[in-house]
Design a protein around this ligand. Sequence first.
Ligand SMILES: *Cc1c(COP(=O)(O)O)cnc(C)c1O
Length: 377
Amino acid sequence: MSHLSALTSYGPTVAEVDLGAFRDNVRTFKKHIEDSMLMAVIKTNAYGHGIVPIGRAAIRAGADRLGVTTVEEGALLRERGIKKPIHILSSIMCDRVTDVVTYDLTASVSSLQLAHALSREAEKQHKIASVHLKIDTGLHRFGIQPDKAVSFCRSCFYLPGLEWEGVYTHFSSADEGKWTTTEREFTLFMNTVSKMGASGYLFPVRHTGASTIAIERRDMHLDMVRTGIALFGYPPELHQYDMISLKPVMELKSIILHVRELPPNTPVGYGGSYVTSGYEKIAVVPIGHGDGYHRALSNNGQMLVNGERANIIGMVSLDQTLIDVTHLPNVNEGDEVVLMGRQENDYISAREIAGWMDSIVDEVLAGLKERVERIYQ
Ligand SMILES: *Cc1c(COP(=O)(O)O)cnc(C)c1O
């Protein structure tokens, strides 16, 4: 093996991605939402699961469209043979329009400059660019202000080369259970769509909802829902587990790289933030915050070894994490360690890890770096 390929080859820590479970989740959602279209949102490398295999699996299982954040993600999916509509959900810089039109990506438009740039590029390539108008109902990230929507349409709805296929918004507080806020945002969206419609600006595909709305609020589905995190087996909120049955898609596994016994009062790891109380058996697991295994798990999380829980001790470092295996009689170098997923009768979910980190499942899954090899099953 050459020096270079040694640097780029993978280590013993792997993420197993169950494409069958993912496809089942897509089918479950298709049934759950009945008549609306399903956009599988696979941004951020499919929330860490690998955008190309997940994109293909989504289409195979019946997703109507895919949603991503960047032009690069969309172009990659096209190059790998995906034909269904691919939406760029973020705003983009005007200098990216060449690729948007070349790869037939559906852009989100919330500025006149972008509408004009897309129109010019579509004309140049003798194509029609399909676009969706984004309305800002309260997230205040992208989107046209509702009171400016009609005048915006007046300025650019009939530009050559553009097909305004859809209009949408993204709610600010749907996952926080703030229904009054979400209902106000939904009403604002519907009123804005009506006003545009009354002026002759019609959009066939209207959509507002991500995972939570797809699960809980049929009345807000309209023509399409955009589900992301729930497709990977994690509904945004706990009570939703009773409303839809989904399977976690990813497991994270490693090995015991090294095991040793330390005497009482030995500081362990950077800064000695953990000190042994008696004779303790400490194991080194080759994963760290350089892999996306968060530093917030220092002295504050668990892994499964021989079907039992072992506490993380000391600081999580870039490449290694230490666990206390004193209570386990038979621990050997090379033994399997499950960081997320099932081992014998126990299970550590991404949700449990998120709780230790005081974060959300999205950050646990999507934070996992490329250098952790994905194995598809
Ligand atoms: C990320 C995203 C989604 C998917 O959200 P989930 O809560 O993960 O389902 C939907 N729409 C937009 C605009 C997004 O940015």
